[in-house]
Design a protein. Structure first.
Length: 225
């Protein structure tokens, strides 16, 4: 049977701790699907790079800041952070063992191999919500890209992360003056208000232009010093 570029090919399908995760190839792109919901692909990466760069730019010039990245995904955020020598430690929290495996031993390694080999990089297999509530570690920046946005979560378990209490947990792992950056597939004025109510300051939103439709955005906020 001949496969066309219009026919996605499933490379791997696994039952993970939070449901089914699928890695597909569609033409020249790799795609991650979770419980039937499209998460991301390797088509662009501009918004993931902006997520990291905006967090770095919003810091107060401190040397070698440590960054916590929520979600490994296709590896754009990790690869971009590791390509910047100004970052200190780069810790990535990913709850799906399959995704970690696709990077370490599978097709996604073509995007992340150098970053994973970087001595600054550590990958933690854990649920981000549990991690920010339980870790004793702290960081200068927290970059979140685990959902399609505060109002469009991959699983219901993630909903609490975008509440006042969830954002307070995020603030707990940030050092004074640290930056929270949250990727979203669409703007959310309501989420901006929640960030302010959780005690964050300098709340703003940066747009990432797209070819059609509503732009992707990065929500930014600073933990008071």
């Amino acid at each position: 049977m001949t496969t066309t570029h219009d026919s996605p090919v499933v490379l791997d399908r696994r039952d993970g701790p939070y449901g089914e995760v699928v890695l597909r190839r569609h033409g020249g792109l790799l795609q991650i699907i979770a419980n039937g919901c499209f998460l991301m692909d390797t088509s662009d990466g501009r918004s993931e790079r902006l997520l990291v760069d905006a967090a770095r730019a919003a810091l107060d010039g401190r040397p070698a800041p440590d960054v916590l990245i929520g979600g490994l995904g296709v590896g754009f955020s990790l690869a971009h952070a590791a390509a910047d020598p100004r970052w200190g430690r780069i810790v990535v929290v990913e709850r799906e063992p399959a995704v970690v495996g696709w990077h370490r031993d599978g097709p996604l390694g073509e995007l992340s191999a150098d970053a994973l080999a970087d001595p600054r990089t550590a990958v933690v297999e854990d649920d981000l919500v549990a991690y920010v509530n339980e870790t004793s570690d702290t960081f200068d920046a927290l970059c979140l890209d685990i959902d399609n946005g505060p109002g469009w979560t991959v699983t219901e378990d993630n909903d609490g992360l975008y509440t006042k209490a969830g954002l307070a947990a995020c603030a707990r792992v940030l050092r004074p003056g640290g930056v929270l950056a949250v990727w979203s597939a669409q703007p959310s004025p309501e989420f901006e208000g929640t960030m302010r109510n959780a005690g964050f300051r300098q709340v703003r939103t940066e747009e990432v232009p797209v070819a059609r439709g509503v732009p992707d955005v990065v929500h930014l906020a600073v933990r008071p010093g």
